[in-house]
Design a protein around this ligand. Structure first.
Ligand SMILES: [Zn+2]
Length: 203
C-alpha cells in the first residue's frame, strides 16, 4: 500500500542532521521497533497542543501516510501529508504554515526540491524552523533567501522528488536554540501546531 511504501528520507537540505527515514523491510510495526523519543535535550519546552494554530500547508489534503516517529520507520522526524487516495495530491500548491523568513529553497538528492522557512513562532528561546520536502517544483528561488514571507505564501508544489516513492509533502519542524553558540536542532511533532485540525491517517 502506497501509504506505507512512501520512503521519505529526511537528510540534508541545509540544516538537517543525519536523520534518515527507512522502512524496515520485512517487518510489521511492532513494539520491537523502538522509535527514538524526540525531545529537547535539555529544555523540555514542547508546545502545548493548541498553543499554536498554524495553517494547513496543502488544503484539501488532510491525511497522513506517516506520522512523527512513525514506528514503521526507524526514524521519521516529520509528517507525510497525502490525499485520501494515492497520487491525488500531486501538483497541489504548498502554502507557508506561518509567516517567517526564507532560509533555503533548492535541491538536495534526498529531499528533492525543498524549502526551509524560519517561522515567526518562537518557543522558550527557540526559533521554529519548517522544512517542506519532495516538491515537484519550487515557487521560491534563491533570490528569496533572506526575505520575509507571509502565511499562505506559495512555496512550491507537491511532488515525489528526492528519496520518495510517491507524491506527498514531508513537513518537519525543528526548534533551534537562538542563544547557544552552536545551533542545536530539536525535532518537534508538527501536529502539535495543527491540533485545531482533524487529520487522520490515510485510509
Ligand atoms: Zn516524511
Amino acid at each position: 500500500m502506497l501509504s506505507k511504501a512512501i520512503i521519505c528520507s529526511l537528510l540534508l537540505c541545509l540544516l538537517s542532521g543525519s536523520t534518515l527515514a527507512v522502512p524496515v523491510a520485512g517487518l510489521v510495526p511492532s513494539a520491537s521497533i523502538i522509535a527514538p523519543e524526540p525531545s529537547f535535550a535539555d529544555n523540555p519546552a514542547w508546545p502545548e497542543a493548541g498553543e499554536f494554530s498554524w495553517e494547513w500547508p496543502v488544503p484539501g489534503f488532510q491525511y497522513l501516510s506517516a506520522s512523527f516517529a512513525d514506528p514503521y520507520y526507524l526514524t521519521h522526524t516529520g509528517i507525510d501529508i497525502v490525499g485520501r487516495s494515492a497520487g491525488l495530491i500531486l501538483g497541489a500548491p504548498i502554502y507557508a504554515v506561518d509567516s517567517g523568513e526564507v532560509i533555503f529553497a533548492g535541491w538536495s538528492p534526498s529531499s528533492g526540491y525543498c524549502a526551509i522557512v524560519e517561522t515567526d513562532t518562537e518557543i522558550s528561546g527557540h526559533r521554529v524552523i519548517t522544512r517542506y520536502m519532495h516538491m515537484s517544483a519550487l515557487a521560491l528561488t534563491s533570490r528569496d533567501f533572506g526575505t520575509r514571507i507571509d502565511t499562505w505564501r506559495i512555496l512550491g508544489y507537491v511532488g515525489s522528488t528526492g528519496n520518495s516513492s510517491g507524491p506527498h509533502l514531508h513537513l518537519d519542524v525543528n526548534a533551534r536554540d537562538i542563544h547557544g553558540a552552536l545551533p542545536q536542532r530539536h525535532a518537534i511533532d508538527p501536529m502539535l501546531f495543527f491540533a485545531h485540525l482533524y487529520v487522520p491517517m490515510q485510509p
